[in-house]
Design a binder for this molecule. Structure first.
Ligand code: AMP
Ligand code: ZN
Ligand code: FE
Ligand code: FE
Length: 280
C-alpha cells in the first residue's frame, strides 16, 4: 500500500439497494481510511444530500455526487455512472421521477397479476417491502411472496412467478445508453461506462464515445484482469477517464469490501477537472 490517498467511486445506500443508510456508509468509509467516496445509487439521487453533509461532519475530503443509471441495449443491461451532475437540475430530476413512476406502475401491475392468480399480494405490501428504496421492483415482490409463505425462497419466487417468461413478469421501461449519457451531460455531469466486464462490452464503450461518454470504470470486482487491460488501452486511445470502485452494497451483498480496490487518486482529480467540460 502506497501513501496515496484512497478513494472508492462506486457505492450504494438504502436509497437504492444497499444495506446501509448514507450516514452509516460514510462512517464506514472514514473507518476504512478513505479520503474520497462517491455514492452512486441506481436511478436516484435521494441520498446524496445526506451523504455529502455527513461526509463534511466526518472530515472526508469529498463525497462526490454520483448516480448509476440503468439502460438497455439490445435487451442487454448497460449501467452508466454519472459524477458531479447538478443533481437538483429540474430536467434531470424530472427524468428520475419518471423512472420511479414507471417502477411504481409496474409494481402495481405485478400485484394485480398475482391477485388474478389467486395470491393475496397487494401493492401496499410491495411498497412496504421496498422500505426506503426508491428502486421498487421484483426483489420486493419476491420478499412479499416469501414472507407470506407462497414460496420458500427468493429464487423460487423468481422461477415460479416473476422471472422473464413467468406469469407475473412485467417488463421494465428502460432508456438507451445513449439517452443515459445525454441525461448526465445535460445536468453537467461526467458520464462513465460502469463495469464493462459485468454488463456491456469494450466495443460498446468505444461506440458511446461519440455520444459524449467521458470515462470507463476499469477497476471493479467483476472486471477480470484481462478486461481491465483492454479497458485501459481503450481509455488511453480515446482519452477516457479511468475510474473504479467496489460497487459496495453491504457485507454479504458485495463482491468486495468498501474501499478494498486500489483506484488511483488521479481518477478523482480527473473527474473533478472534467466536470467543467461536461455540460452540453
Ligand atoms: P427489477 O429491476 O425490478 O427487474 O429487479 C431486478 C433484480 O431482480 C436484479 O437486480 C436481481 O437481483 C433480481 N433478479 C432478476 N432476475 C432474477 C432471477 N432470475 N433470479 C433471481 N433474482 C433475479
Ligand atoms: Zn445495486
Ligand atoms: Fe451496476
Ligand atoms: Fe452499482
Amino acid at each position: 500500500m502506497t501513501g496515496e490517498k484512497r478513494i472508492d467511486l462506486h457505492t450504494h445506500t438504502t436509497c437504492s439497494d444497499g444495506i446501509y443508510p448514507p450516514e452509516q456508509l460514510i462512517e464506514k468509509a472514514a473507518f476504512v481510511g478513505l479520503s474520497v467516496i462517491s455514492v452512486t445509487d441506481h436511478d436516484t439521487v435521494a441520498c446524496l444530500d445526506r451523504a455529502i453533509e455527513h461526509g463534511k461532519r466526518m472530515g472526508l475530503e469529498e463525497v462526490v455526487p454520483g448516480v448509476e443509471l440503468s439502460s438497455e441495449e439490445n435487451k442487454h443491461e448497460v449501467h452508466i455512472l454519472g459524477y458531479y451532475m447538478d443533481y437538483q437540475d429540474p430536467d434531470f430530476l424530472k427524468a428520475l421521477r419518471a423512472f420511479r413512476e414507471e417502477r411504481l406502475n409496474r409494481a402495481r401491475k405485478m400485484a394485480r397479476i398475482l391477485q388474478d392468480l389467486g395470491l393475496d399480494v397487494t401493492f401496499d405490501e410491495i411498497l412496504m417491502a421496498a422500505g426506503s428504496s426508491m428502486n421498487i421492483g421484483r426483489p420486493h415482490v419476491a420478499k412479499v411472496l416469501l414472507d407470506k409463505g407462497y414460496v420458500s425462497s427468493t429464487q423460487e419466487a423468481f422461477d415460479k412467478y416473476i422471472a422473464e417468461g413467468r406469469p407475473a413478469y412485467v417488463p421494465k421501461f428502460k432508456i438507451s445508453p445513449e439517452e443515459a449519457v445525454e441525461l448526465i451531460l445535460r445536468a453537467g455531469g461526467v458520464p462513465v461506462y460502469a463495469h464493462p466486464g459485468k454488463t456491456g462490452d469494450p466495443d460498446h464503450v468505444i461506440y458511446l464515445v461519440k455520444y459524449g461518454l467521458m470515462g470507463v470504470e476499469v477497476w471493479h470486482p467483476e472486471n477480470s484482469p484481462e478486461i481491465q487491460k483492454v479497458l485501459i488501452e481503450i481509455a488511453d486511445r480515446f482519452g477516457l477517464i479511468k475510474t473504479g470502485g467496489t460497487d459496495f452494497h453491504g457485507e454479504g451483498r458485495s463482491k468486495a469490501p468498501l474501499g478494498s480496490i486500489d483506484v488511483p487518486y488521479e481518477s478523482y482529480i480527473e473527474l473533478k477537472r472534467a466536470r467543467s467540460r461536461a455540460k452540453i
